[in-house]
Design a protein around this ligand. Structure first.
Ligand SMILES: [Zn+2]
Length: 134
């Protein structure tokens, strides 16, 4: 996730610029955003690519009749947001805090994963240099 803004449903709605379905469809922008998704589309080819702000699950290939909550649930049952199963406006403070906590845990894991990769990369380079020197 790029920034904390995406915790807010209004901000997630703003990310859907070329969403293929209209508000009459169940799979509309508002329902997508309420189910935790924001758009990660880069162009016309992946106009329906969407990602969960909390668990980071990315889904595309949406059908107009899809229920974003149901899809989120079936593809990422462990997502803390799915497990609450509520719109943000209805969340109680402890629930909201647990979502934020889960986000921090996920983010910390992601960063740890990234730095591990960087360290592995670096150690490879160092090893190669040592071998050359011998
Ligand atoms: Zn999720």
């Amino acid at each position: 996730m790029e920034c904390w803004d995406l915790f807010l449903v209004e901000e997630r709605i703003k990310t859907f610029k070329n969403w293929p379905f209209s508000d009459k469809n169940k799979c509309n922008v508002k329902n997508m955003a309420q189910a935790g998704f924001y758009s990660v589309a880069t162009g016309a080819d992946d106009a329906d690519a969407a990602k969960c702000f909390l668990c980071g699950k990315e889904l595309d290939g949406w059908e107009p009749s899809d229920d974003p909550w149901a899809e989120h649930k079936s593809h990422a049952a462990k997502c803390a947001f799915v497990q609450l199963g509520k719109n943000e406006d209805d969340l109680l403070l402890p629930e909201l805090l647990s979502v934020i906590k889960q986000y921090m845990i996920n983010e910390t894991k992601r960063i740890a994963e990234l730095s591990k990769e960087q360290i592995d990369e670096k150690s490879k380079v160092v090893r190669r240099r040592c071998l050359v020197r011998k």
